[in-house]
Design a protein around this ligand. Structure first.
Ligand code: NAD
Length: 380
């Protein structure tokens, strides 16, 4: 398989997630980074491109110039990764989609619902393929949990508890110019969802991915504990799903001692499942009345869906980068099938989609609406 030509917007010097995308794109050798508009500041963009070995004539000062030129040259990029702050995801994606270039975009889809709806239409009315990097869906033990929920291993679903807690915004570091904190606490760039948009969106997506439960109503209590902060840094959300399933979601970026504590517990009438992102190679399974069980990644009880996204033997940890790479690899296979006019296999469609993106932004916006409106129950 020849490598797909990848471009990137954002991810220049000093940025966080761009380098994770670059590593993920290389793990299975499906992509080659050949072009970029890597920063808002053209000087930084060009010096970042030079450092990464991108040819001078394929380092662009603006994403519009990049979309225009890359779509008009022989061997232009097949796909672009968008790793900028949230408010730019849609305009950037639109510029490339209009040129028929496939898009990998980081979460949340957009900073507001209006853009998310336009983004959805834009993808649906194009032939471009789209992937959203809700990367936790790429972990083998998350895939295993999904399968066990769907095949009835824990019985009829009853209760969902999910949380994503961090502590890095405990102090007002945005006032000291911390790059990642500055835009995340600015509603015009991040959106009105603070913690709920940044990490609550991952937690919501994880529940959706694993259980498939349909959210019908929610009630949120959101707070900005740090004085002067305009969007939430903590959110508690009660969730009602179809068929009487009840859930709770907690997102916080002001919980000292928590780094990336994404944790999910799911209970049915036969048993429960528990998974933690910081110890991702293990899935705890409790069948009521039986001894507790830990399923290990690549162990005897790992099922095929988890096995196909596993690289190395058990005991050697796999985690964030490999999970991200699983999304990248499955999306590469989607693009290859598309190019060859072949059917895209179902297993590749576990990659988070534009539908997931729109649902996520709708969730964020309903949480904010409920939270700011006196914690009323709202239909989803
Ligand atoms: N999936 C995950 O686990 C995960 C983790 C972190 C961040 N994210 C998401 O990734 C995105 C970026 O987050 P980050 O923490 O890397 O932010 P960051 O501030 O570290 O990096 C943003 C980059 O975008 C660039 N940029 C801004 N405007 C631009 C423009 N007009 N043209 C080109 N580049 C431009 C900046 O110069 C910078 O290089 C956000 O949407 C965030 O929610 C996802």
């Amino acid at each position: 398989m020849s490598k797909l030509k990848l471009g990137m917007v954002g991810g220049g010097q000093g940025a966080f997630i761009g380098s994770v995308h670059r590593i993920a794109s290389r793990i299975d050798d499906h992509y080659e980074l050949v072009a970029g508009s890597l920063a808002s500041n053209p000087e930084v963009a060009h010096s970042s491109a030079k450092e990464l070995g991108i040819a001078e004539d394929r380092s662009y000062s603006t994403y519009l110039e990049m979309a225009e030129k890359e779509s008009n040259i022989e061997n232009g990029i097949d796909v672009v990764a968008i790793v900028t702050p949230n408010h730019l995801h849609y305009p950037i994606a639109e510029a490339f989609i209009m040129k028929g270039i496939h898009v990998i975009c980081d979460k949340p889809l957009t900073h507001n619902l209006e853009d998310a709806e336009k983004f959805f239409e834009c993808v649906k009315n194009s032939s471009a393929l789209f992937a959203l990097t809700h990367n936790y869906t790429g972990y083998p033990m998350v895939r295993q949990a999904r399968e066990m929920c769907h095949n009835g291993s824990i019985g009829k679903l009853r209760v969902i508890q999910v949380e994503y807690a961090q502590d890095w915004l405990t102090l007002p570091i945005e006032n000291e110019g911390q790059k990642q904190a500055s835009w995340r606490t600015d509603p015009s760039k991040a959106g009105m969802g603070g913690s709920i948009g940044d990490i609550g969106s991952h937690a919501f997506n994880l529940v959706d991915f694993i259980t498939g439960a349909k959210l019908t109503e929610l009630c949120a209590d959101i707070s900005s504990f740090v004085e002067g902060r305009k969007n939430d840094d903590n959110a508690h959300v009660l969730l009602r799903y179809e068929n009487g399933v009840k859930g709770m979601l907690w997102s916080s970026q002001v919980a000292p001692g928590n780094e990336n504590a994404l944790k999910i517990r799911i209970y049915g009438d036969k048993g429960g499942l528990e998974w933690e992102q910081e110890n991702p190679n293990y899935l705890r399974v409790d069948i009521f009345g039986e001894a507790k069980k830990i399923i290990r990644r690549a162990g005897n009880e790992t099922i095929d869906v988890a096995g196909r996204v596993t690289r190395i033997p058990p005991g050697h940890p796999e985690g964030y980068l490999e999970g991200f790479a699983n999304i990248y690899s499955d999306f590469a296979k989607q693009i290859i099938a598309f190019k060859k006019n072949q059917k895209i296999e179902d297993e590749l469609l576990l990659v988070p989609s534009i539908e997931d993106g729109l649902k996520g932004v709708k969730f964020i916006s309903k949480v904010v609406e409920s939270g700011l409106g006196g914690s009323k129950w709202l239909k989803f």
